[in-house]
Design a protein around this ligand. Structure first.
Ligand code: HEM
Length: 412
C-alpha cells in the first residue's frame, strides 16, 4: 500500500478514476484490500503524517461498483462528526447490491430517525445483563478448547481456538447448530475479504438463514436470537419477512468474523510480548483494561458512508454519491486523540477509543465481543505457560472491511 502524490499523474487508469472535484494533491492510495503489510495497523497509522482527508481512487467501499474510490478521513474527531451527521453521510446503501438485490442489513443500513425504530428491539438482545448470564458458558467452552490442545505445546491459534470459541458461543446464542462451523467461517471469509466471491457467499448465507427462520417459526426456541427476531416490532408494526432476514443476516455476519480477527491480533501481541503475558497472568484483574487497549491498538473495522447531498466539510468538496471511509484503524491511532498512540500501554487511561464505532450505529455486539476476549485471555493465561509466535512465521493479512490474519502459529 504505497501513498503516491498525484500532482503530475493521470486522473484515471485502467481500473480507477479520480473525479474532477478531487484536488490532485489530495490523492493517496489506501485500499484496505490490497498492499497490506504484516503489521497493517502501523502501516495505516503512517497516513496521519499526511493530509487529514484524502481521496483513494480504489477502495473496498465500492459496494459492488468496480474501481470506485472513497474519501478517507484520518482524524478521530472528523470520523465521529461524519458518523453523527447522518443526513449527509448515509449508511443506507445496501451491501446486498453485491448479489444483485436491494434488501437492507437491519439496523446498519437504515438512517436515523427510522434507524431508532429498528435498533430499539435489538438493544436488549445483547445487553450487558444478558452477556453476564453467558459468561459461565464462555468459560467452560474456552477451558475445554484449551485443555484439548495444551499438551501439544503448539497450535495454529485461529483454527484451534480463535474461531472456535466466539463462533460456537455466538451460534448457541443464535439458536443454530455448530456442526457446520467450517462452512460458516468460509462464508464469512468470502463476504468480508473476497469481493469476487461475496455475492455468491451472500446468496448461500441468505438461503441458509431462510431455512433457519422457517425452522424457528415452526419450532420457536426460547431465548435464541432468531426466535426473538421473529417477534420484533418497528414501532407498532411487526418486522416484515425481509426485515427479519436483514436483522438475522447482520447478526450472523457481525458475529462470525470480527471477534475472531480481534482475538488473532490480541494473541499475536501477547505472544510477541511475554512480559505483558506475565503481568496479566499475575494480575488477572488488569485484563479488562488491557483488553480495551488491545482493541484500541488493533481495531479491525473500516466502515463507510455515501454522501447524500453535495457538501463542503473537512475542507473539501464532497459530491452526492461519493463514498467516505471511516476507519477505526485511523481513529484509534490519531495522535491528536491519544498520547503516543504507537505505544501499547495495557493500563492506558482514559481510553475512549472508537474500535466499536460511534454514533447511532455503534456496535450492538460490543458487550459480547469484549467479554469473549476477556474470558479467552484469562482462561488461556491460566492454562498455557509462556507462549510465542512459531519462529520463522510470516504473517499474511486479510484485508477488506474487517482486517484479519490468515494464520497465527503459536508454540509454548
Ligand atoms: C470485536 C468485535 C466487533 C467489532 C470490532 C465490531 C465493530 C463494529 C463497528 C465498527 C460497527 C459500526 C459499523 C458502522 O457504523 O458502519 C458495528 C456495528 C454493528 N455490530 Fe459490531 N463489532 C464486533 C462484534 C459484533 C458482534 C459479535 C455482533 C453481533 C453479535 C455485532 C453486531 C453489530 C451490529 C448489529 C451492528 C450495527 C448496529 C447499528 O447499525 O445500529 N458486532 N460493529
Amino acid at each position: 500500500m504505497e501513498a503516491p502524490m498525484m500532482h503530475d499523474q493521470p486522473r484515471r487508469s485502467g481500473n480507477w478514476t479520480v473525479p474532477d472535484h478531487v484536488p490532485a494533491e489530495l490523492v493517496r492510495f489506501l485500499d484496505f484490500r490490497t498492499g497490506l503489510s504484516s503489521c497493517p495497523h502501523a502501516q495505516v497509522a503512517e497516513f496521519h503524517k499526511g493530509p487529514s482527508v484524502f481521496y483513494s481512487p480504489l477502495s473496498h467501499q465500492d459496494r459492488g461498483g468496480e474501481g470506485k474510490g472513497a474519501w478517507v478521513l484520518t482524524r478521530a474527531e472528523d470520523i465521529r462528526k461524519m458518523l453523527q451527521q447522518t443526513d449527509i453521510f448515509s449508511s443506507a446503501e445496501p451491501r446486498s447490491y453485491a448479489m444483485g438485490e436491494s434488501w437492507k442489513l437491519i439496523p446498519l443500513e437504515v438512517d436515523p430517525p427510522e434507524h431508532a425504530l429498528f435498533r430499539a428491539p435489538l438493544n436488549a438482545l445483547l445487553s450487558p445483563g444478558r452477556i453476564n448470564g453467558l459468561e459461565p458458558r464462555m468459560r467452560t467452552m474456552a477451558a475445554e478448547l484449551i485443555d484439548a490442545i495444551k499438551d501439544e505445546h503448539e497450535c495454529e491459534f485461529i483454527r484451534s481456538f480463535g474461531e472456535q470459541m466466539p463462533v460456537r458461543i455466538f451460534l448457541e446464542l443464535m439458536g443454530m447448530s455448530d456442526h457446520e462451523l467450517k462452512k460458516f467461517r468460509s462464508w464469512a471469509d468470502m463476504i468480508v475479504h473476497d469481493r469476487h466471491k461475496r455475492g455468491q457467499a451472500m446468496a448461500e448465507v441468505k438461503a441458509f438463514l431462510a431455512e433457519q427462520i422457517t425452522e424457528h417459526r415452526a419450532n420457536p426456541r426460547e431465548g435464541t436470537l432468531v426466535t426473538e427476531a421473529l417477534g420484533f416490532k418497528a414501532g407498532d408494526r411487526p418486522f416484515t419477512d425481509e426485515e427479519v432476514m436483514g436483522t438475522v443476516f447482520l447478526l450472523f455476519i457481525g458475529g462470525l468474523d470480527t471477534v475472531v480477527s480481534s482475538l488473532s491480533y490480541h494473541f499475536r501481541y501477547l505472544a510477541e510480548h511475554p512480559e505483558d503475558q506475565q503481568r496479566l497472568r499475575q494480575n488477572p484483574e488488569m485484563i479488562p483494561d488491557a483488553v480495551e487497549e488491545l482493541f484500541r491498538a488493533f481495531p479491525v473495522v473500516t466502515t463507510g458512508r455515501v454522501v447524500s447531498q453535495d457538501t463542503e466539510m473537512f475542507g473539501v468538496l464532497m459530491k452526492k454519491g461519493d463514498m467516505v471511509a471511516g476507519s477505526t484503524l485511523l481513529s484509534t491511532s490519531d495522535p491528536e486523540e491519544f498520547e503516543n498512540p504507537e505505544i501499547i500501554d495495557l493500563t492506558r487511561s482514559p481510553n475512549r477509543h472508537n474500535a466499536f464505532s460511534f454514533g447511532p450505529h455503534r456496535c450492538l455486539g460490543s458487550h459480547l465481543a469484549r467479554r469473549e476476549v476477556q474470558v479467552a485471555i484469562d482462561e488461556w493465561l491460566k492454562r498455557i505457560p509462556e507462549f510465542r509466535v512459531r519462529p520463522g512465521t510470516k504473517f499474511e493479512t486479510l484485508g477488506g472491511g474487517v482486517m484479519g490474519m490468515k494464520e497465527l502459529p503459536l508454540v509454548w
